[in-house]
Design a protein around this ligand. Sequence first.
Ligand code: NAG
Ligand code: NAG
Ligand code: NAG
Length: 465
Amino acid sequence: MEQKLGMRNKYRKSTTLRCSAWSRCSLPVALWIMVGCLLLLLLYSLLPQWDSFSLETQLQVSKHLHELEQAEEEIIQMPPPRKRSPRAEKRKPKKETTIIDEFLDESSQLRHIFFPDIKTAVDPNKVNESFYYYPGRIWLDTEGNPIQAHGGGILYDELSRTYYWYGEYKDGPTYIANENGLARVDIIGVGCYSSKDLWAWKNEGIVLAAEETNETHDLHKSNVLERPKVLYNKKTGKYVMWMHIDNANYTKARVGVAISDYPNGPFYYLYSKNPHSFDSRDMTLFKDDDDVAYLIYSAVENSELHIGPLTEDYLDVTDTVKPILIGQHREAPALLKHESTYYMITSGCTGWAPNEALAHASESIMGPWETLGNPCIGGSKIFRETTFFSQGTFVLPLQGLAGYFILMADRWKPANLRDSRYVWLPLRVVGAADQPLELDFGFPRWSRLSIYWHKRWRLPYRWNG
Ligand SMILES: *[C@@H]1O[C@H](CO)[C@@H](O)[C@H](O)[C@H]1NC(C)=O
Ligand SMILES: *[C@@H]1O[C@H](CO)[C@@H](O)[C@H](O)[C@H]1NC(C)=O
Ligand SMILES: *[C@@H]1O[C@H](CO)[C@@H](O)[C@H](O)[C@H]1NC(C)=O
């Protein structure tokens, strides 16, 4: 009570300072008013993403933002157990089939849930469905062909104000190469698609092609090229691509580097190496606000991740490297930054089969990184435990919408890898970044970093980056 009274007194005091007439105002006060007005004008001019929006549009945006934060539920009915011959029953006692078995089983009755057929394809030429994402459906480019950009990433090219989506072009037959039993498609190359709105994608062709004849070349079709990522280097004006280079049995375990003058290629392959003399499999790049770029890769037989800055031209790693998440066996890293905190999404190592994603956070990109938990919400328990039957590959910040991101993930189809699907979902970082990380989580259902399941969703109305 006493404090309140004190406050009231303070207020009264200050009001007595008010000018009662212009003539009594001193020059400094008038100056301050002018400075204040100028500051307000300056502030107003610094809000370009809103000034062209009508009130109606703003309402639409906030309504859609709200929708992005909702998660849908999914109920999947397991099909009745299949009839088995008595002999088969005797040979191998019946093991309960899980939804993951059904997911991996080509002849499953649930196939259409995970891999809806071409009739439901997302088609940019069908205007009545404009801008809706349908995670898991076939996604057509502007020419009507399924997009081939798996394990991909997106570069926003500020010069052309265009998004470029790069990924593995896997439109070839799937086969089993050797005794490790992992399904594969020969290298065809890195596919590239361009878009202004992140929804209608134009095929820019294969920007880094396989080597058809030279068997000793890294890009020979019998090898492996995965998870290509591209950054623009302001200093050199070049587009630099990094990728996982391997042989068919995954014993080469290197990173490869390619370069281009244009975002839509062609890219010229430079070389591959074991970064910091380590084996390197799943990898990604991250460019920080200060334009320093980092390579993050699974190392030491996928048991830990390594992170280290690239050289200024982005064409090599430096000597600095830090092992993180040691012994945790994580792969498919994807990084994001929000209000000076770094976040990372990773998956477990289970080949093409889906598993549970984890979110990690750090105050410094070089660590220490702390594991937060599973960021997936909605769907159902099995959806959350399988990252919605997919594996992350990239996180795209939505410019102008602080704290909103798109998680890009792959729903792999090992029986026919070219028909693997894209799962794009809203990812949201909510909460102040400067709070101690351990304190404020209610994992696994709701985290500061959340990925929301949606069967169908779209970006806010008239969102244009
Ligand atoms: C979109 O239009 C097509 C025909 O042009 C129609 O078959 C389809 O049902 C429509 N979709 C929706 C969601 O209205
Ligand atoms: C085949 O590729 C290797 C490795 O890149 C290279 O050193 C060699 O010159 C190439 N051979 C031919 C005939 O192009
Ligand atoms: C893996 O493949 C390479 C050829 O690409 C071969 O030289 C090597 O012996 C193989 N390693 C294993 C462990 O199979």
